[in-house]
Ligand binder design. Structure first.
Ligand code: SF4
Ligand code: SF4
Length: 87
């Protein structure tokens, strides 16, 4: 997966990103955290990392947002709380 970057100098291998990923896309490997094709780019791991060790690689301006239209947004909620993927 090329879009997520893990800063190994910051990561202390706490495992919170693995625990919080709603798609079970992260696993601990010998060299650190690895991400699989199951990743949906939801950003939950980026937001939950206490060391700010995870970032998106996508550069600003590389996506033409003018082409984004006619979307139906469906947001899952549980007991009044929006699922973190939608935030
Ligand atoms: S949450 Fe951050 S510091 Fe913890 S294992 Fe994941 S990347 Fe490393
Ligand atoms: S971006 Fe979302 S789906 Fe991808 S690894 Fe992080 S928490 Fe999991």
């Amino acid at each position: 997966m090329d879009f997520l970057h893990f800063n190994v100098a910051r990561c202390d291998l706490c495992g919170q990103c693995i625990h919080n990923c709603p798609f079970q896309a992260l696993r601990m490997e010998e060299k650190g955290i690895a991400v699989s094709e199951a990743c949906r780019m939801c950003g939950v791991c980026v937001r939950c990392c206490p060391q700010k060790a995870i970032s998106f690689e996508q550069k600003a301006g590389t996506v033409d947002k003018k082409a984004w239209k006619d979307f139906l947004i469906y947001v899952e909620q549980e007991l009044g709380d929006i699922h973190p993927v939608a935030c």
